[in-house]
Design a protein around this ligand. Structure first.
Ligand code: PAF
Length: 266
């Protein structure tokens, strides 16, 4: 497995990798969620590239850029075992040299949900993902459903800008008790980790009520608010039930719908 630090070297190595090439962009500090993307990329493609880059432009001033967990050595050893062909781990200067002056943005879709809570976040995501796609030139790129809005925004960018690749979204990987795997789970204390299970319980409650015939979005949202309200360590940022493509809020919940929530724990 090649460890690549520069764009020039990545382009050079990429030219000799067999087609089709699958690509998994990451911020590093890898867990089973990332590895499920890598394994699918391995199954679907003749070669696989993973990027590890803590992209500063997608962190808002109140985000956690400085303390975002990092473990490049650990990540490399995990990826080696998965048969990855190359890991692209550039520096910030390599990706954003002095006088870098461009933007890649998806408009309306990024004003909602996470985009409303973290203005500027998605502009950073689309910019770095567009750059990575240009550098790695994949046939397919893999993203987790955990970051549902991100996957929808990237699909829109790829369609609108006629990028020549397929974006594949794979299911959220959860721990046995239902907590979604996330690098940021490492911030949680034992009590907070326990409290965070309320997110999964809220989603399951919604799914259960919906399957029993409750289709009223406001009622379903209120039931989730009530459940999460019982958890003292939880503060709701938003709970949303939207169309899975336009991200417009639904009144009546019909597929394809997306239930997403952002809840602060501790
Ligand atoms: O989901 C992530 O890990 C990041 O947002 C991504 C897609 C790698 C862009 O930096």
């Amino acid at each position: 497995m090649k460890i690549v630090k520069t764009i020039a070297e990545m382009r050079f190595i990429r030219a000799s990798l067999p087609e089709p090439l699958g690509f998994v962009p990451t911020l590093g500090y890898l867990h089973e969620g990332h590895l499920s993307l890598v394994r699918q990329a391995r199954t679907d493609n003749a070669s696989v590239v993973v990027s590890i880059f803590v992209n500063p432009t997608q962190f808002t001033p109140s985000d956690d850029l400085d303390r975002y967990p990092r473990d490049l050595e650990g990540d490399i050893s995990l990826l080696c075992k998965e048969g990855v062909d190359a890991v692209f781990a550039p520096s910030v200067d390599e990706m954003y040299p002095p006088r870098f002056d461009s933007r890649v943005e998806v408009d309306k879709l990024t004003r909602r949900l996470e985009g409303a809570s973290r203005p500027g976040h998605f502009a950073g995501v689309t910019m770095v993902v567009a750059k990575l796609f240009n550098i790695v030139q994949p046939a397919r790129a893999y993203f987790g459903q955990k970051d549902a809005q991100q996957a929808i925004v990237i699909k829109k960018m790829v369609a609108d800008l006629n990028m020549n690749l397929e974006v594949i979204t794979l299911p959220t990987v959860r721990q046995q008790d239902g907590l979604a795997m996330s690098s940021r789970n490492s911030y949680l204390s034992a009590d907070e980790r326990q409290a965070a299970l309320v997110l999964y319980r809220a989603l399951m409650l919604e799914q259960g009520l919906w399957s029993q015939g409750d289709k009223d979005a406001e009622k379903l949202r209120n039931e989730m608010v009530k459940l999460i309200g019982k958890e003292p360590l939880a503060t709701i940022d938003y709970i949303s039930i939207t169309d899975n493509e336009t991200l417009e809020e639904l009144k009546e919940v019909r597929p394809p719908a997306l239930v997403s929530l952002a809840v602060k724990i501790g």
